[in-house]
Design a protein. Structure first.
Length: 634
């Protein structure tokens, strides 16, 4: 079975994954602003996912720093790789995922190095792996980072792509580095390292030395250990916050996941709830203790919320689980009238679960959607899986509706037929009327499926506001009955100045549509909306290109050349956006972009490469081609 790195998983890798409750999102979101803007119905016919592929800008080779001394070899049989360890670091492994952490590592920011051996669809390229990570970072809502210094690196007899990362986690400045490569047509390798800025100078040479020591071999499949499913947790009578049910299971990768339901039996709304999770062996000895939080930020009296915890430690002798509430505080909230409607359950070919649906504001005041959770159940009413919604509308005016999508890893020990029901849990509050943004969309939006099965939703967004805006889009596909079949978000790469327009392509992040080809035949309409838009102080300048080349081959268009900074100041990030318009109708056919992370000093240039996967059978060589080149001032 193939293991795929989801967007939230990639983001959590940056902060070493240790405090993620089974992929459940925590923390308060930013004040949302969204509205539904219907677009023309599509006529697609196929599926899966694809990405465009930016070109490397340098070609250094990874080699160990002379003063670095590594320890003994560690072999990951299921990951298909071996490497030399860092003396004194703690080593943990599960299912091709190897964690190497400093003894004093923070659970949130390291120093930690993570090595992953995984299986991919045949035909996946290193460039596609890299671009997927870039898109995941760009779409992250809880961790904001900057990528730079994209380059080629050689190690273990192969060549990969690497980049440096910087950002803020838990109000602490963090530096990181990652490397990706396709080892064989179906075997991928990814390596991440992260540390607080003050410790990065120590970790960076260690990261490079470990990378240079990596060797590859054919992965060996390992059988999953079985887990004795526990009885529902019993809580002391009279406790105001009660764990109603608790279950542990292993995902297909072998990672242990614990999920449960928490109910507020008090007469007071609560927030800041902390839940202690324990894993025990048959003798009752504690193998693991961790802290997690419910999906819903606030629980009104009588409300229930799912919660969960992913445990990446390799635990032996797992027999049962326990959970108890350790902390909370009282709050005052008033739930506005809102309804969850038309929930669909899709189980993909890997046994993972997708819940999609809509939320309707049935009241007379605007509402903010703070968080959404989902859980599935078997025919005995016991919980099977749970998670929070990564994709969801965040603001609804009276009478408005918006989509959501919840993704849950399926259990390896139970098939799809074990799931017979699901529930959606909603944390909504009344909010002030949002400040309107004058954002519009073109009428020539278009949906097509490329030769790799990637679903593209392309269009043009215009900022008619008086301020420069950073814009996040929310899109959804619907069937003839108004059911949400899928939903996705897209962060417009360049902040738009007043009056500016940019083409967009929402691709690579869809859920059910990428996993179940039959769903595309049910699509009858879609919507594109601006979910959030923030005033921005970023300043972009127009740049030029030189030595441009274009090739059209096998339903793929490739545009390459150099970006020339003819201005008198350096730029620290540059976007090259290419759009194809039908020469007869003028309608947008396809678009794509490349992001150059490296600084381009005044008077200098940098290579660019934009790859656009087209609809099979479409001859784009006669299209009108336009490009937009934007460099951001430091």
């Amino acid at each position: 079975m193939k293991r795929k790195l989801t967007p939230i998983f990639i983001l959590l890798l940056l902060v070493t994954l240790a405090c993620s409750p089974c992929g459940l999102l925590g923390g308060e979101g930013e004040e949302p602003t969204s509205t539904s803007v219907p677009t023309n119905p599509p006529a697609p016919t196929v599926t899966p996912t694809s990405t465009h592929t930016p070109a490397p800008t340098a070609t250094p080779t990874a080699s160990p720093t002379p003063e670095v001394t590594l320890g003994e070899e560690h072999r990951s049989a299921e990951g298909g790789f071996a490497f030399l360890t860092i003396p004194g670091y703690l080593i943990e492994e599960y299912g091709g995922f190897v964690y190497m952490s400093a003894p004093d590592a923070s659970p949130n920011v390291g120093p930690t190095i993570l090595l992953i051996g995984s299986l991919e669809e045949e035909g996946t390229t290193t460039e596609q792996l890299y671009e997927q990570i870039v898109q995941d970072f760009a779409g992250g809502q809880d961790v904001k980072v900057e990528l730079s210094n994209k380059r080629e690196v050689s190690f273990g007899g192969i060549t990969g792509l690497a980049a440096d990362v910087s950002g803020t986690v838990d109000e602490q400045e963090v530096n990181a580095r990652f490397v990706v490569s396709m080892v064989t047509p179906t075997q991928s390798f990814t390596m991440f390292g992260a540390a607080p800025v003050a410790q990065w100078t120590e970790l960076a040479p260690l990261f490079d030395a470990v990378l240079a020591s990596v060797q590859f071999f054919e992965p060996v499949a390992e059988s999953l250990p079985s887990i004795t499913e526990p009885e529902p947790t019993a809580d002391a009578t009279g406790e105001p916050l009660t764990v109603e049910t608790l279950r542990g299971y292993r995902r297909e990768s072998g990672t242990l996941c614990i999920v449960g339901l928490l109910i507020n039996r008090s007469d007071q709304a609560v927030s800041g709830v902390k839940i202690e999770i324990q894993v025990l062996d048959a003798a009752g000895d504690v193998l693991y203790t961790g802290t997690t939080w419910p999906v819903l930020h606030h629980l009104a009296p009588g409300e229930t919320s799912p919660f969960g915890q992913v445990i990446y430690e390799k635990l032996s002798g797992v027999d049962s689980f326990a959970a108890r509430v350790t902390d909370w505080y009282e709050v005052t909230i008033e739930r506005p009238p809102a309804e969850v409607q038309r929930v669909l359950r899709t189980i993909d070919q890997d046994g993972n679960v997708h819940l999609t649906g809509g939320i309707v504001n049935t009241g007379s005041e605007p509402i903010a959607i703070k968080s959404i959770g989902g859980a599935t159940f078997d025919d005995d009413g016991e919980i099977v899986t749970a998670n929070s919604a990564l994709i969801a509308v965040r603001y609804l005016a009276p009478g408005e509706s918006g989509p959501f999508r919840v993704y849950m890893y399926g259990p390896a020990d139970r098939g799809a037929d074990a799931i017979v029901d699901q529930s959606i849990y909603l944390d909504a509050e009344a909010t002030a009327v949002r400040e309107e943004r004058a954002i519009t969309f073109s009428e020539d939006s278009h949906v097509y499926v490329d030769k790799y099965g990637g679903v593209h939703l392309v269009g043009t967004v215009t900022n008619a506001d008086r301020r420069t805006l950073s814009i996040l889009l929310l899109a959804a596909f619907y069937d003839a009955y108004g059911n949400v079949l899928d939903a996705d978000t897209f962060s417009v790469p360049v902040d738009l100045a007043p009056g500016e327009s940019l083409p967009f392509d929402i691709v690579g992040g869809w859920g059910p549509l990428e996993e179940d080809a039959s769903l595309l035949d049910k699509v009858t309409s879609y919507t594109v909306a601006w979910d959030r838009a923030w005033p921005s102080s970023a300043v972009y300048i127009d740049l030029e290109t030189a030595n441009d080349e274009q090739t059209f081959k096998k339903q793929r268009a490739v545009f390459s050349g150099q970006v020339v900074n003819s201005s008198d100041t350096a730029v620290d990030k540059t976007y090259v956006i290419v759009a194809l318009h039908d020469a007869t109708t003028g309608e947008l056919v396809a678009t794509g972009y490349d992001l150059i992370f490296d600084d381009i000093p005044a008077g200098e240039s940098a290579d660019y490469k934009v790859v656009i996967n087209l609809e099979p059978g479409y001859d784009a060589s006669s299209c009108d081609i336009s490009s937009i080149v934007k460099g951001r001032l430091p």
